[in-house]
Each structure stands twice: as structure tokens, then as C-alpha cells.
Write a protein that binds this ligand. Structure first.
Ligand code: HEM
Length: 443
């Protein structure tokens, strides 16, 4: 009998060691390995969990603000090296510098969005994961319910952030039973109803126009005819290339990706201008040098180079999208690591753009960094507020133009004075927000 137990024990130990090679058993998670067989710790920093169960309990029930702080702590701990976390769903490779981001941004295969996007699938469906008025060719205020719509988007985001703070909630069944599933469904319905109204209004105009575009922009387009995105989709619908559901998903995605991102950048730009009056004065002088103010064209906006640098420096320090995610659909080799299928990759845009190797004194607001002569030798992936590679932001030029147009309108009429200092802000995970409602005043 004793012999039987000894044999059983030995077999169990051998089996355990074998399984342990590929799995972090207590974290219920597959391991990332090095291509050259060396220990993982030699290539990346492995963040020890707070418990023996990997990092599973590290983020449990944190507030969005505390979760953001935790990521700052991890970045400090890893001292500039990219790092690995172990969660029950999958290992997470966190990329925090431009050098490690290069291969990923150049990859043609690592294009599947990360787990966070699964959490908003009920809202965006399979939309391009893509704002708004000019882009869609519709003024939101022309459609009843626009205020509720904007509030619904904010509420969906707030639920997403809360869900991100509790990995157990990543499981649909747990979210359904114990999470804010019903609230989320309610807000998603408000958003879907509103986007449905936009599409129906445009479809009516489109049909009245004989299935021809109703929103053609021939100005500002260097001779090219441009169509609003929704017109293009309606045209495709008339050709049988997309159905109503498909259009809804694209519109919701466009609204979601373009609305809060642009407004967040605008808020941070105003906050910075309020804190640095000399920089605000330079922007004002540049705007005053414009010869015409009515119906400014893209050409005139392009002359506002200093203002462009202010927006870029704002995006560098306070990226509207501080983290993006990818997941491996199959076993993948990246930066000398073998990532198992389903492994998550977190790209820390905020850390990449605050790397002192590329941006000396990274916490100091210096728009001059983006003068042409200072960017010539910049690492191609050091400044990535709009991501990079095949899944970069398709609205980036539009966003820059939109932010410039808003700043020109404000700075021509008002001087912006500070109320809140950036150092006093509470920053939250996933969507970078200013928690104070009135961080600056217009005088
Ligand atoms: C300051 C403003 C903006 C910032 C910082 C920003 C940033 C980003 C980032 C980082 C991504 C990549 C997400 C990822 O890879 O997971 C992205 C994707 C995207 N953005 Fe923007 N964005 C902005 C404005 C806009 C606007 C105004 C639009 C539309 C008019 C837009 C449409 C999109 C779309 C459709 C995607 C998805 C592309 C894809 O998945 O292939 N964005 N944006």
C-alpha cells in the first residue's frame, strides 16, 4: 500500500512538473516562453502577483483610478522593460516602449483587437471599431434624443471601465448574473435607437436624391470629391454590399471611437493652454496672423503649425487612448517570445510616449519637441497617439482638424485661465478622463 502511494506521489510530481512547464497552474493560465529557451525573466519583467494565484487578484474590485495607478506602479517596477502578467483567462504581454512596439505595429497578422473590445461587442457589433457630424454627414443636434445619446455613450464607457476592473466580469454569464448587464443593455438600446434614427434620416434623403450621395464636399478637397461616410455606406447598401445591421455597426463604431477621444484631447489642450499662458499667447498670435477667419479651409488650418505642436504634445502627455489591446488568434512569435493562442497584448501608448529615451523630461509640456527640425530623427513608433500599423486610427487627420477648429474658435474669443492643475487630476484606466467637471474657465 505504502509503495502504491509513493509511486502515485512520484507520478503526480512528474505530471505536475510537466504541466507546469506550459501552464502557470495556480493562475490557470498558459505560459509565455522564450524562443531561445532561456527563462522568461531574461527577456521581460515578470510582475509577481499579490497572491500565489498569479496576478488574478491584483486588480479585483479596484476603482478605475486605482487601476490606472496600479499600471503606473507596474511600469515603475519594470524599469522601462515590457512586462508579463498572468491572469486566469490568458497571459498578458505588456509593451511599454517603442522598440518592443515596432514588431507588433509592423505585423500583418497581429491585428485582432484585445479582450477589452469583446466587452463592447454588444454595442458595436462587428463594426470597424471606428465620430460623428461631418464624418457622417449629419448634425447630431438635428435629431431628437442627441443629449440622451451622448449620455448613453458615457454610461456605456463607465460600465466598461468598471467591468475592466474585475476580471471575473469578463465572463458574460457572471456579468449577466452579478454585473451591470441590464443597465448596459438599456444604454446600448438608447444608442442603437439614436443611430437608427440617423441612418433612417439619411436613407430618406439618399432615396429622394435618386440613390445618389446627399452630402458631397467639393471644397477643401484638393479637387477630389469627398462623400460623408454614411453616404458611402448607403451607396453600398443600394448595391447590396452591406445591410442595415452592418451600417448600424459602422455608425456606432464611428461615434464611439471618434467622440470622446476628440473631446478628451480638446479638454486637455485647453487645460495645458490655461496653465501655460506664454504658450497660449503664441497660439493666439499665430491665429491672429491668419488673413481670413470665415470659412477657414484645410490649407489655412495647416498654417497653424505651432497650434498643431500644442495638440501633439497634449496627445503625447495625455493620450485620449492610453492603452490598446491585441490578442493572438494562434501561437505567435513576437520580440523573441512565444505567445500562446489567446495571449493578450497590451500596448501602453502612454508609457511609450513618456519614455525619456525619446522625450527627455517627459513630464514637462514642451510643444517645441514637435518642430520639424526636432522630429527628423524620432523613432517611428515613439509618438503613437493614434496607434500605428494596419489598425491605426482612420480618423486622425479629421480629429486634428476638428481639434484645431475648436481651439481657433475658442482662443480667438477667450483667454483660458486655470482652475485645476494637471498634477491634481485623477486619471482613470481605459478611457483617459478629467474627473473634475470644470478644470479651466474661459475669460
Ligand atoms: C484625438 C482623437 C483621436 C484619438 C487619440 C484616436 C485614437 C485612436 C487609436 C489609438 C486607435 C487604435 C485603437 C486600437 O488599435 O485598438 C483608433 C482607432 C480608430 N479610430 Fe481613432 N482616435 C481619435 C479620433 C477619431 C475620430 C475623430 C474618428 C472618426 C471620425 C476615429 C475613428 C477611428 C476608427 C474607425 C478606429 C478603428 C480602426 C480599426 O480598428 O482598424 N478616431 N483611434
Amino acid at each position: 500500500m505504502l509503495l502504491f502511494f509513493i509511486v502515485l506521489l512520484i507520478i503526480s510530481i512528474v505530471l505536475f512538473r510537466k504541466v507546469n512547464e506550459n501552464y502557470f497552474i495556480l493562475a490557470l493560465c498558459q505560459r509565455i516562453k522564450c524562443v531561445d529557451g532561456k527563462p522568461l525573466e531574461e527577456k521581460v519583467c515578470v510582475i509577481p502577483g499579490k497572491t500565489i494565484f498569479g496576478n488574478n487578484f491584483d486588480v479585483l474590485n479596484l476603482t478605475p483610478g486605482k487601476l490606472f495607478e496600479l499600471t503606473r506602479g507596474w511600469a515603475k517596477f519594470s524599469r522601462g522593460r515590457s512586462y508579463v502578467l498572468h491572469f486566469l483567462k490568458a497571459p498578458v504581454y505588456n509593451i511599454i516602449n517603442a522598440e518592443d512596439a515596432e514588431q507588433l505595429f509592423q505585423s500583418q497578422t497581429l491585428t485582432t483587437k484585445g479582450i477589452m473590445y469583446d466587452l463592447i461587442r454588444s454595442f458595436l457589433g462587428n463594426g470597424l471599431l471606428m465620430s460623428q457630424e461631418t464624418a457622417l454627414g449629419v448634425k447630431l443636434t438635428d435629431i431628437a434624443g442627441d443629449i440622451e445619446y451622448r449620455a448613453a455613450i458615457h454610461n456605456v464607457e463607465a460600465i466598461l471601465v468598471e467591468r475592466a476592473c474585475n476580471p471575473l466580469m469578463y465572463y458574460e454569464i457572471i456579468f449577466y448574473l452579478f454585473g451591470q448587464y441590464r443597465k448596459c443593455k438599456h444604454y446600448v438600446e438608447i444608442a442603437h435607437n439614436f443611430s437608427g434614427k440617423i441612418i433612417n434620416k439619411k436613407r430618406k434623403e439618399f432615396i429622394e436624391n435618386g440613390n445618389n450621395s446627399c452630402n458631397v464636399d467639393k471644397e477643401n478637397s484638393y479637387g477630389k470629391t469627398r462623400y460623408a461616410m454614411l453616404d458611402t455606406l448607403l451607396y453600398q447598401e443600394a448595391q447590396g454590399l452591406v445591410d442595415h445591421q452592418g451600417i448600424c455597426e459602422e455608425v456606432d463604431t464611428f461615434m464611439f471611437e471618434g467622440y470622446d477621444t476628440t473631446s478628451t484631447c480638446l479638454k486637455f489642450a485647453l487645460l495645458n493652454l490655461a496653465q501655460y499662458p506664454d504658450i497660449q499667447e503664441k497660439c493666439y498670435q499665430e491665429i491672429e496672423n491668419l488673413t481670413a477667419f470665415e470659412n477657414l479651409t484645410v490649407f489655412e488650418f495647416n498654417k497653424l503649425e505651432y497650434l498643431g505642436c500644442v495638440i501633439k504634445e497634449t496627445l503625447r502627455m495625455y493620450p485620449s487612448v492610453p492603452f490598446i489591446g491585441r490578442q493572438c488568434t494562434e501561437e505567435t512569435v513576437l520580440n523573441g517570445l512565444i505567445l500562446p493562442a489567446n495571449a493578450q497584448i497590451n500596448i501602453h501608448i502612454i508609457d511609450i510616449m513618456r519614455d525619456s529615451k525619446h522625450f527627455p523630461e517627459p513630464s514637462v509640456f514642451k510643444p517645441e519637441r514637435f518642430f520639424a527640425e526636432n522630429t527628423r530623427n524620432m523613432h517611428p513608433f515613439a509618438f503613437v497617439p493614434f496607434s500605428a500599423g494596419s489598425r491605426n486610427c482612420i480618423g486622425q487627420k479629421f480629429a486634428m482638424l476638428e481639434i484645431k477648429a475648436a481651439l481657433v474658435a475658442i482662443l480667438r474669443t477667450y483667454r483660458v485661465l486655470p482652475v485645476t492643475q494637471t498634477k491634481d487630476l485623477i486619471l482613470e484606466y481605459v478611457v483617459y478622463r478629467i474627473s473634475s467637471t470644470n478644470p479651466y474657465i474661459l475669460a
